[in-house]
Design a protein around this ligand. Structure first.
Ligand code: APR
Length: 191
């Protein structure tokens, strides 16, 4: 399943149901952890599909950055993935929503979008960061992701033309479909 949303200035949001490791984009955002140590979920899938080169690069980066706080990200190459870069972003662990989680999640998206633009990427794909093992409820997480992406594409993107939301499963896809329809309808400049 796939849907395309046109924004002003030839910018686009693409919504895809599927596996993010199978979808081409200049940059892929990964839902990583503070230790940059790999794990399950989409992180495991990205390392498996991308191959050992990605972890080798993280092994070199880890001592220089220490434990990465939520909201931040580091870049590696993409190994065998159909991309140039992977941005390993640390999402917040959900603890009820009043411990800074919304701000940290928003920062994750802003960080990755800026990293993509700085590297002259045309496209970047995102999974639903924090909504798996980290427990962030899908709907508020989707509202934050979509708000940040629309605002970035409208006001700040120089190189990024397309943001791809890759949702795992029909239920997650439906949440994004509804949230995107609402966000684009209430934001007249993003119609
Ligand atoms: N493609 C796209 N989305 C995927 C894929 C995939 N191949 N695999 C899982 N997902 C989806 C999940 O369904 C969920 O909606 O990605 C979303 C994020 O889930 P997690 O991967 O569990 O990430 P997160 O909740 O941010 O937890 C991060 O998980 O594996 C660890 O190292 C990672 O410790 C970190 C934690």
């Amino acid at each position: 399943m796939e849907k395309l949303y046109d924004l002003p200035n030839s910018r686009q949001i693409r919504l895809i149901e599927g596996d993010i490791t199978r979808i081409s984009a200049d940059a892929i955002a990964n839902a990583a952890n503070s230790g940059l140590a790999g794990g399950g979920g989409v992180d495991g899938a990205i390392h498996r599909a991308g191959g050992p080169e990605i972890m080798r690069e993280l092994d070199e980066i880890r001592p220089t950055v220490g434990r990465l706080p939520a909201g931040q990200a580091v870049a590696t190459s993409a190994g065998r993935l159909p991309a140039k870069f992977v941005f390993h972003a640390v999402g917040p662990v959900y603890r009820g929503g009043h411990s800074g989680e919304p701000e940290a999640l928003a920062e994750c998206y802003r960080t990755c979008l800026s990293m993509a633009d700085e590297r002259s990427c045309r496209s970047i794909s995102f999974p639903a960061i924090s909504t798996g093992i980290y427990g962030y409820p899908a709907e508020p997480a989707a509202r934050i992701a979509i708000r940040e992406v629309i605002s970035f594409l409208r006001d700040r993107a120089l190189h990024v033309q397309e943001v791809i939301f890759v949702q795992f499963g029909a239920a997650a896809f439906a949440v994004y479909e509804t949230t995107l329809a609402y966000a684009l309808q209430v934001d007249p400049s993003a119609n």
